[in-house]
Design a protein around this ligand. Structure first.
Ligand code: ADP
Length: 499
């Protein structure tokens, strides 16, 4: 590629300006306005300026996607797969650079940033393969001469709305299947992580996607997200984000009739039984709760521990949590970076204070360290509470930060009852050596992703992912399940003409 794909990019001091990608062109917002993207580890670090778009930009993007829809629908699945393969190789060649940018923009550690970029590559490869898998079924008919079969057809134009916590993997796991199965896309990333979105779109554009097949519009939720989900040309919306926004989208989709997929929050339990390998359980509970600064929808936020081992287990948890190294996520020794924003840090600190006032037993953390020495990062100390009341706010509501509560219980039955008495059901873990209990857990736990002897966030990209109860819209993402959302079924009867 001779010129950078983002033609709207221009040097402005240290930081560059990035445009929207609409109809195969990088261009500024119609208003010409931009917004700033700053590193959560150091707000002096300006990552870039991005198009501050509005309704007219969304309309242009949807129009481009609608115009491209027939051409892309009629493109062979093999040709679509080839483009996804090529995009995977382009992104793979930039994994280190994009991973570093991800860390700078989102704040997770460098290892996690590079790892997540690798995961996006893997997802693109997977859906390149999946595009070529059998689609639809052949049925016997009451009439022996009838050819009766189903085909999966694309929805048309799909809106992809993504959060900041997995700023390249989540867009990849929505966009790759949308494109693989023949949809065109308007992509609105979180305003806190637009650079990762640009990098993913660049890879796909450079791989040869025809103009209009994938369109990127950056900007705020109200100015971009809202007109996007209300646009009558949008056939489906896939959203990962907060419960509050998910609830709003349900109402809008009920009015517009848009097909909707939601991945929302969790209050994920890790049950530790008395017979568990405690070293192993400790490692996985701490990692499940604290990696990515606790900002995974699948993060462990409740350690439900058998009372006979609760005191000893908690004592060791305190040591481990206090030993975590908080700091600049670009430094190799850092284990915990900042949270995403000052708003988020203040909200988490407020919830921690409220929990203390309500009587929760603070055992570690609870404060706001200024780890980069100048107080310009949104740091929250890894925080542990003991003896958490399962009915309390801390025991029920998602904090989306590095905060873990220990809930002592008497045995497996109570552990399951506590684990299930929340409105969410995304992921859950059990630590035990007892096969019977493992099987009971797998059967009884109300969660879409279930682990025995591994942490709650583990999720491989080629299998279905999603939650039960309030955690999702019952649909599943990734793996073969992705085809269900991004296609619709047509049933075809073909009879021979009368002889
Ligand atoms: P998070 O803070 O985890 O990113 P949000 O639910 O606030 O979760 O945002 C997820 C994505 O949804 C972001 O891209 C955001 O801009 C977008 N969004 C937020 N509110 C709306 C809305 N009312 N309509 C459409 N998109 C929205």
């Amino acid at each position: 590629m001779a010129a950078p794909a983002h033609a709207a990019q221009a040097a402005t001091g240290q930081a560059q300006t990035y445009g929207n990608y609409i109809g195969g062109e990088w261009r500024p917002a119609a208003s010409g306005e931009t917004f700033e993207d700053r590193s959560p580890a150091n707000t002096d670090d300006l990552v870039g300026r991005f198009a501050s778009s509005a309704k007219e930009d969304v309309e242009a993007a949807v129009a481009a996607a609608a115009e491209a829809a027939d051409g892309w629908r009629r493109t062979s699945a093999v040709a679509r797969a080839n483009i996804l393969h090529k995009a995977a190789e382009i992104l793979a060649s930039r994994q280190e650079q994009v991973g570093r940018e991800l860390t700078r923009e989102e704040g997770k550690t460098l290892k996690e940033g590079i790892g997540e970029t690798g995961r996006a590559v893997q997802i693109l490869r997977y859906f390149a393969g999946e595009a070529q898998q059998p689609s639809g079924e052949h049925y016997p008919s009451m009439n022996p001469l009838t050819l009766l079969y189903t085909v999966r057809e694309p929805l048309g134009v799909v809106g992809v709305i993504t959060p900041w916590n997995f700023p390249i993997a989540i867009p990849a796991w929505k966009i790759a299947p949308a494109l693989a199965f023949g949809n065109t896309v308007v992509f609105k990333p979180a305003s806190l992580t637009p650079l990762c979105a640009v990098r993913l779109v660049e890879a796909l554009a450079e791989a040869g996607l025809p103009p209009g097949v994938l369109n990127l519009v950056t900007g705020s939720a109200g100015a971009v997200g809202d007109p996007l989900v209300r646009d009558p040309r949008i056939a489906g919306v896939t959203f990962t984000g907060s419960n509050a926004v998910g609830a709003d989208l349900r109402k809008i989709a009920a009015e517009t009739g848009t097909k909707l997929q939601l991945e929302l929050g969790g209050k994920n339990p890790a049950i530790v039984l008395a017979d568990a390998d405690l070293d192993h359980a400790l490692t996985h509970v701490v990692s499940g709760a604290m990696m990515s600064t606790g900002q995974k929808c699948t993060a462990t936020s409740r350690a439900i521990v058998d009372r006979s081992i609760a005191a000893a287990f908690t004592e060791r948890l305190v040591e481990k949590v206090k030993a975590l190294k908080v700091g600049d996520p670009l430094q190799a020794e850092t284990q915990i970076g900042p949270v995403i924003s000052e708003d988020s840090a203040e909200r988490i600190a407020g919830e921690v204070d409220a929990a203390r006032e309500a009587g929760a037993n603070l055992l570690a953390g609870g404060d706001r360290p200024s780890e980069n020495g100048h107080g310009r990062g949104h740091f929250v100390a890894p925080t542990l509470f003991g003896d958490v009341d399962p009915a309390s706010k801390l025991g029920q509501e998602e904090l989306f930060g590095p905060v873990l509560g220990v809930i002592p219980v008497d045995g497996m039955d109570e552990a399951l009852a506590v684990a299930n008495t929340v409105r969410f059901g995304l992921s859950a873990s059990l630590f035990t050596r007892d096969l019977g209990k493992a099987l009971t857990f797998a059967r009884e736990i109300q969660a879409g992703v279930v682990h025995v002897n591994s942490e709650t966030p583990g999720a491989e990209p080629h299998v279905p992912f999603g939650g039960m109860k309030g955690s999702s819209s019952y649909s599943r993402e990734q793996g073969k399940a992705a085809r269900d959302f991004f296609t619709q079924t047509k049933t075809v009867y073909i009879d021979p003409p009368p002889a």
